[in-house]
Design a protein around this ligand. Structure first.
Ligand code: DUC
Ligand code: ZN
Ligand code: ZN
Length: 491
């Protein structure tokens, strides 16, 4: 009888800290041994000449979700997870999205059912909190957190989602008490509204004006304000989808001062610019997301932020909308930039883009790639030890990458339901040819090998970042403030 279910031999392994040669043995979905000369497995994979990396964790993606503007995403939990898996991702953390008239327990149950029936890889959820009333804050949110939804996203913009500063403080204080991480969409609502109004009034309706309305200062101002709110309470905070150089400088300065502020970025801020929105007719809508892609200087600032840890996670912010009435063009040819769904697809290409343009181009190391795409997400979202690394006892979530494989990106090779890609025609080097989740081969020979609904829900622990919000100044003052707002506990 073979001891192991699967043994992967002769690969070059990378974790967030090391590169080494070893074989990997898997039993019951978990890495059971690492080393040389391991006993035979029921199945053997020869990874000679290949990289064996932790499966990606995409901690920011929108699946089967109704947007703040009332538009439904193009991907369900099947197409989204298949697409993610083809691109080397083995865990996703999308959103269970509350709209103001919805009850949180129902939202959580509804999304849970959809994912349970369709997902092919493992998944958790963040909550989107649009109505932080007493029931939400005192009962429903604590229950969701106890059930493993240990992070929540709040918005500083969008008419139907926006919280004011008072509400943000309420959310931060409850999150700290209940051990949840708050993620914030930081853009100044009134700056965007004012600019958009002026632009539309003057007949500037084309997609490229989306980037004008979402000025980098709107992001920088809201980022600064969100950080101030979190520092006031001494509560850690994650700023999602950071795009502009000024916001990055603001986050870096706050971290240098000892604030427990973390930040995420996305492929669109490394590989696209606002110029991409400036295309014939409404074609630029395919590049419209919020915040929008910026300029070359901001791209450089994003690379630098990823290198120095200012930007800790790299997620897709996959927000899939088709180029038709269902998403980008709700009013057909008459659609203005204000009416089109915000978002770009990215689940499948997130890893290959960074592997090619980051690692193969010599901008980041393989260990940095692993940290940015997997390990840091596990730490941030309460999955460390189990996901995001290659170690005995961790789930066997692996991508076997051929670094010599050259790919020209086309929408038709992708597995999402979007119908286009903002990265059409790009030449990439390196591709995940075999993808494994909990020891199950999910992708091999460019084919899906597992059943719909075979992914598992991840009941997450609290974020590692909450356990150690290091270096925050004025601890005594904060302690007083915490007791004032009923949060108790040590500062
Ligand atoms: N925020 C997101 O996180 N994703 C898509 C659009 C948005 O505004
Ligand atoms: Zn957002
Ligand atoms: Zn998003």
């Amino acid at each position: 009888m073979s001891d192991f279910d699967l043994v992967i031999r002769n690969g070059r392994i990378a974790t967030a800290s090391d590169v080494f040669a070893a074989d990997i043995a898997v039993r019951d979905g978990v890495i059971a041994a690492l080393g040389k000369g391991l006993a035979p497995g029921k199945r053997e994979i020869d990874a000679a000449g290949r990289w064996v990396l932790p499966g990606g964790i995409d901690s920011h993606c929108h699946v089967e979700q109704l947007s703040g503007m009332g538009l439904m995403c193009a991907d369900d939990f099947y197409s989204a997870t298949v697409s993610a898996a083809f691109g080397g991702t083995t865990t996703i953390i999308p959103f269970a999205a509350q709209h103001r008239d919805m009850k949180i327990p129902e939202v959580v149950a509804d999304y849970g059912k959809l994912a349970r029936e369709k997902a092919v890889i493992d998944y958790g959820f963040h909550l989107i909190l649009a109505n932080p009333d007493d029931t939400a804050l005192q009962t429903d949110l604590p229950k969701a957190i106890r059930d493993g939804i240990t992070s929540l996203k709040v918005y500083m913009t969008y008419d139907k989602l926006k919280l004011d500063d008072h509400q943000l403080l309420d959310v931060l204080s409850v999150a700290a008490r209940e051990q949840a991480l708050v993620m914030v969409h930081a853009e100044n609502h009134d700056m965007i509204r004012w600019l958009a109004h002026r632009l539309l009034e003057q007949g500037h309706t084309a997609p490229k004006f989306h980037a004008v309305a979402h000025d980098p200062l709107a992001e920088a101002e809201a980022t600064n304000r969100a950080i101030a709110l979190s520092r006031l309470l001494g509560v850690p905070l994650l700023i999602v989808h950071v795009s502009g150089q000024e916001a990055i400088h603001t986050i870096r300065r706050a971290k240098q001062r000892g604030a427990a502020v973390y930040a995420e970025t996305c492929p669109q801020y490394l590989f696209l610019t606002a110029e991409d929105l400036d295309r014939e007719g409404l074609q630029g809508a395919m590049f419209c997301c919020s915040p929008p892609p910026r300029d070359k200087e901001s791209q450089e600032a994003v690379w630098a932020g990823m290198k120095d840890g200012t930007l800790y996670t790299y997620s897709s912010d996959h927000a899939p909308y088709r180029f038709d009435k269902s998403g980008k063009l709700p009013k057909g040819d008459a659609t203005t930039f204000k009416e089109m769904a915000n978002g770009v697809p990215g689940l499948e290409l997130r890893l290959p883009l960074l592997f090619s343009e980051g690692v193969m181009a010599g901008r980041i190391s393989m260990q940095e790639f692993v940290a940015l795409t997997a390990t840091n997400h596990a730490e941030m979202y309460g999955l460390s030890g189990r996901k995001g690394t290659i170690a005995v006892g961790a789930d066997a979530d692996l991508g076997i990458w051929n670094q010599d494989r050259e790919i020209t990106v086309t929408a038709t090779m992708l597995h999402d339901n979007v119908g286009y890609t903002p990265y059409e025609g790009r030449q990439l080097k390196g591709w995940p040819e075999i993808v494994i989740n909990r020891g199950r081969v999910v992708i091999e020979n460019n084919e899906l090998k597992v059943e719909r609904g075979s992914g598992q829900f991840l009941k997450r622990k609290p974020s590692d970042m909450l356990a150690d919000p290091t270096g925050i100044s004025a601890a005594v003052a904060r302690q007083m403030l915490r007791s004032l707002v009923g949060m108790g506990g040590p500062a």
